[in-house]
Design a protein around this ligand. Sequence first.
Ligand code: ADP
Ligand code: MG
Length: 380
Amino acid sequence: MKDQLIEKFRATYGRAPEILAYAPGRIEFIGNHTDYNGGTVLGAAIDRGVAVALAGRADGQRRFASDEREEIVTLRADQMAKLSGAQSWVNYPLGVLAALPVFGARAPAGFDYFAVSNLPTGAGLSSSAAIELASGLVFLEAAGERLARETLVKIGKHAENNFVGVPCGILDQGVSGFGQKNHLVFIDCRGPRFATVPLPAGAHFWIFNTHTKHALVDGLYATRHRECMAAAQALGVSLLVETDAAALEAGRVKLAPEVYRRAKHIVDEIARVEATSTALAQGDLAAVGGLLTASHRSSQHLFENSTAELDFLVDTLVATPHVFGARLTGGGFGGAVMAMTDADFGDAQAQTVAAAYAKKFGAAPDILHTQTGDGARLLT
Ligand code: ADP
Ligand code: MG
């Protein structure tokens, strides 16, 4: 990826880059909609991501190019307005530049910038966090700034929330920033606090992306958020992380039935993240897989953020040999399912699952076999 990046940078700008950085995509391992409830989540940085190259320019111009897009976008250093249409991808690096001063860091003035990717974009693997963190690293290096990894993570999230305008939680940037090969990233969203947890050897990840998206997905997110906050308020806590299963049952009469179901999902899911950490420490991948599937069932029946397509994939996968467990990954209402398998699950099994899906829903899902990878870093 590095050689390809250098070559494309040279072909585009006629000179060599000075600074290179890489940041991975991520999967949500377990902890569904727990973030804004102050809960915990486990994610995995994967072995695919976005790499960015930069070289300074004395004339103050900023030129942006990507192997994903045709056009080179040229801006003056004081042009910080949000872009639209074919140029809108530049909002990710531009949002990072806008976020730097918010965290007390200078932004570099003029530069040539190039991004390459081996991560599918818009597939729920957070190419957006990957491009933010890789961009953040090259910009900070160019400006001669040294910041803690946690600040880089916050800069990426700030860019996405405030400049791009996507209200993502800390999972995406936190996992891309703190990822480590053969590990999962544990995030306590209050704080936030980050830690890495060893992943027992022999776990493989398969992502089945349905490319479906519920037409009302933004409204449904907002509704779930509101239902969770309503449950917390009725139970007398500020966030659902502060309650537990017993208090929820005691307060059940105060909750509308669907609000109770949302709260039960969150409370149980936070407990499942904890149980997953324990099972991981014991090296018990079968137990971990059972928790992954239980998380999906809770999304399906209690949080009601699954779809017929996602349920079908989970049902088919968990009935397939060599699959430890499967669940929707990400916000739900469409998107992707991830399965954790042993090394003997291969392309043949994945294609059988995809064919059954295609027969029922008319189009095959995209399949990606991936393993854990290291987090964001400068490339030397
Ligand atoms: P996801 O994060 O799941 O991949 P998003 O919609 O959040 O999906 O982010 C995808 C967007 O991020 C793309 O549409 C594009 O604007 C931007 N992006 C990601 N990687 C690149 C890249 N290598 N080059 C240009 N733009 C990119
Ligand atoms: Mg994204």
